[in-house]
Design a protein around this ligand. Sequence first.
Ligand code: G
Ligand code: G
Ligand code: MN
Ligand code: NA
Length: 249
Amino acid sequence: HALEQDLRGALEASEFHLVFQPQVRLDTTELTGFEALLRWKHPSRGFVSPAEFIPLAEENGLIVPIGEWVLRTACATAASWPDVTVAVNLSPVQFRSRGLVAMVTSALAEAGLPPQRLELEVTETALLDDSEATIEILHQLRALGVRVSLDDFGVGYSSLSYLRKFPFDRIKIDRSFVGTLGESPESIAIVRTIASLGSVLGVETTAEGVETIEQLDFVRECGCTAVQGYYFGKPCPAAEVGRTIETLT
Ligand code: G
Ligand code: G
Ligand code: MN
Ligand code: NA
C-alpha cells in the first residue's frame, strides 16, 4: 500500500501539523478551549484526510508515535495560550500500547502545561475490548488532573453503561444529530435526551458540528452546555489561535 509506505516517513519528514477548533460554552458563549486536529500534507497528494490515514495508522501501529507527537505538540502549543483548554483525541490503539499514562505525564511536564488545561477525547470503541484495563488507565489519567471526554457519542454502540463505569467530564454529541435537527424529530429527541442525561449526571454536553444560528438555538433549547462547530470557527492553524481567542472572549 503506497499511502501506508508514505505514512511511515511522514513524522520524520515533518509533514504533520495541528489545527485548532474553538469550543464554546453555551450560557455565556465564551471560548473555553480548542480541539487539536491532525493534518497531513502529503508531498504529492496534498492534504490527506485523517478519516483516511488514521484507520491506516491504527492498523499498523503508527498511531502510537503519531499520537505521541500530537499530544506533545498540542501541550507545547497550548502552554503559550491564556487560561483555555486543549482537547486531544486518543485512539483506542493508544490505550492498548504500554506507557500511555507516563507519556501524558511527561508531555504535560515538558510543556509546563497545568493538567487541568488538557482534555482527552476518547471514543467508546476504546472501551469496548479489555474494558477493565482501559477503565483503570482512564482513572490514572483523571488522577493526573486531566479531563476526559466521551467523543462521537450517539453513533456506534452508545452503551449507557460506559457512563456508569467511568465518570466522564464531558459527552460530545456526534455531529450527525446536530446536522439533522431541522428535519428530524428523532434527532431532536436524541439530543434532548443526551443533554438531560448529562445534566442529571453532572456531565457537560457538547453539541458538535453546529454550523448555523438555528442549530445553535436548537441545541441550547435542548439543554446542551457547550458547542463546537463552524458557526464559531473552523479548525485554524496555531498562528491564528490568538486572534480567535480575542474574537471569542
Ligand atoms: O478533522 P477532521 O474532521 O477531518 O477529522 C476526521 C476524524 O479524524 C475525526 O473523527 C477526528 O476525531 C479524527 N482525528 C483528527 N485528529 C486526530 C488525532 O490527532 N488523533 C486521532 N486519534 N484522531 C484524530
Ligand atoms: O470526531 P471528532 O469530533 O474528533 O472530529 C471532529 C471533526 O469534525 C473534525 O474533522 C472537524 O473538521 C469536523 N467538524 C467540526 N465542526 C464541524 C462542522 O460544523 N461541520 C462539519 N461538517 N464538520 C465539522
Ligand atoms: Mn474529537
Ligand atoms: Na466527534
